[in-house]
Design a protein around this ligand. Structure first.
Ligand code: UGA
Length: 448
């Protein structure tokens, strides 16, 4: 099928490349021309495992195209996937202006009957506004559009695998034709009829995804509810970690056993510096705002947000307790990305921590395996080391803010010898406390 994807961020690029991989002809576009220029030069504007291989292969084989002119992309396609950003406004609402702009573009450039699919995360009832906007904007061209919702559940860092091996594909539709077309688009994934580029021959034999068809409103709500529930789980684990700190228990032992109950599940119970990134924080905020708009005070989610905000304070408090005065202390920050296996620093707890240490007068040197370039551009005030060993040289403390595997695998004996004072604050609970102590470190983590 001929598909266009509007927006070449994490979701748009992965969607475009994966649709091409399963056999569709995809035109991707973005109003940021520099992004398209990077993509056309054979590079990627983001780091995401497996994506480079997928993009290169599908461009070479002629199924994937990056175009500057959105009209060109839309006109030649049967289905348009909107993957533009919905960042938070000052008051926490989702900023839907990019969706509105795309609606205007599709309506004026579109031509013919089209299926318009929202993949961007949007509050419930956006679909009906989008439908209204398309009707108003196409008043003169007389085009006819169907709006569907198809929320995306991929995670950065495992996006390609998540897209090609989802546990569920949710579509929100108001008519059968849209449902039929979306099922057709996803057929290779539903029937698992493709060779997985992420795993080659060692592809995990996951169960086929469930195809869930709902109304547009429900599909929109499913996405916000999913991210909000994940945030709740993380904040629960973090509050539990604080209890463990006071009561002398180990939060990892507790969550491991709690998570064995299939009604609870083991995932998203990792305590530490809290949730960040471009999705969970903004989606929780937008869900709270949506609830307020319809007269509901979602206190449960507000509490999850509050627990999350306190994580940075808690880290600073731990650092002050261990180092006494922070002003003038040399600190190595390991990790800048909001989580491992990505270069994304948007709403990263690690970046927030870096800013706070700098504000307190500490002398900070940071290292991240992938997020250095983005940090250099966005936050030139953060001093960066060439490698983790350079970062830790002569420092008074190491703070682990992102649990990259690289940090687990460091030669910690060497780190011990490089540091002025062998003090580690592991804000992601990523190392083994007993091993660190046996190496001679003064070691702190959360809830252990
Ligand atoms: C999240 C959701 O997991 C995806 O399903 C969703 O599609 C995506 O948002 C989106 O809406 O686009 P993502 O933002 O890539 O994915 O990151 P997560 O893996 O969810 O992690 C979010 C944050 O929570 C990170 O800062 C991570 O370090 C933190 N986290 C996660 C914890 O602190 N503890 C955990 O147990 C898990």
């Amino acid at each position: 099928m001929r598909i266009s994807v509007i927006g070449c961020g994490y979701v748009g690029l992965v969607t475009g490349a994966c649709f091409a991989e399963i056999g569709h002809h995809v035109a991707c576009t973005d109003d940021d021309e520099s992004k398209i220029a990077i993509l056309r030069s054979g590079k990627l504007p983001i780091y995401e495992p497996h994506l480079d291989v997928l993009v290169e292969k599908n461009v070479r084989e002629g199924r994937l195209l990056f175009v500057n002119n959105p009209g060109e992309a839309v006109r030649s396609s049967e289905a348009v996937f909107i993957c533009v950003g919905t960042p938070p406004l000052e008051n926490g609402d989702a900023d839907l202006s990019a969706i509105d702009n795309v609606a205007r573009m599709i309506a004026t450039e579109g031509g013919g009957a089209k299926l318009v699919v929202e993949k961007s995360t949007v509050p419930a009832q956006t679909g009906q506004e989008l439908k209204r906007a398309l009707t108003v904007y196409s008043r003169k061209s007389g085009s006819n559009f169907t709006v569907a919702s198809n929320p995306e559940f991929l995670r950065e860092g495992t996006a390609v695998t998540d897209f090609l091996h989802p546990d569920r594909i949710v579509i929100g539709v108001d008519d059968d034709t849209a449902a039929k077309k979306l099922r057709e688009i996803y057929a290779p994934i539903l029937e698992r009829k493709f060779k997985c580029p992420a795993h080659q021959d060692k592809c995990p034999a996951a169960a086929a995804p469930v195809f869930v068809s709902t109304t547009v409103n429900s599909a929109e709500l499913i996405k916000h509810a999913s991210n909000s529930f994940l945030a709740l789980k993380i904040s629960f684990a973090n509050a539990l970690a604080d209890m463990c700190d006071q009561l002398g228990a180990d939060v990892q032992e507790v969550t491991a056993a709690v998570g064995m109950d299939p009604r609870i599940g083991p995932q998203f119970l990792q305590a530490g510096l809290g949730f960040g990134g471009f999705c969970l924080p903004k989606d929780v905020q937008a869900f709270i705002r949506l609830a307020e708009r319809v007269g509901i005070d979602f206190t449960l989610l507000k509490a999850a947000e509050q627990v999350n905000r306190q994580r940075i304070e808690l880290l600073l408090a731990k650092a002050r307790k261990a180092l006494w005065v922070l002003k003038g202390k040399k600190i190595a920050l390991l990790g800048l990305a909001f989580k491992p296996n990505t270069d994304d620093i948007r709403f990263s707890p690690a970046i927030e921590a870096a800013k706070r240490f700098i504000a307190e007068g500490a002398s900070l040197r940071a290292f991240d395996p992938q997020a250095m370039e983005k940090t250099r551009k966005a936050l030139p005030q953060i001093s960066l080391a060439k490698n983790p060993y350079e970062a830790v040289k002569d420092v008074d403390a190491v703070v682990i803010a992102t649990e990259w595997d690289e940090f687990r695998k460091l030669d910690w004996k060497r780190v011990y010898n490089e540091m002025a004072r062998p003090l580690v604050i592991d804000a992601r609970n990523s190392l083994n406390p007993a091993e660190m102590k046996s190496l001679g470190f003064e070691y702190y983590s959360f809830g252990r």
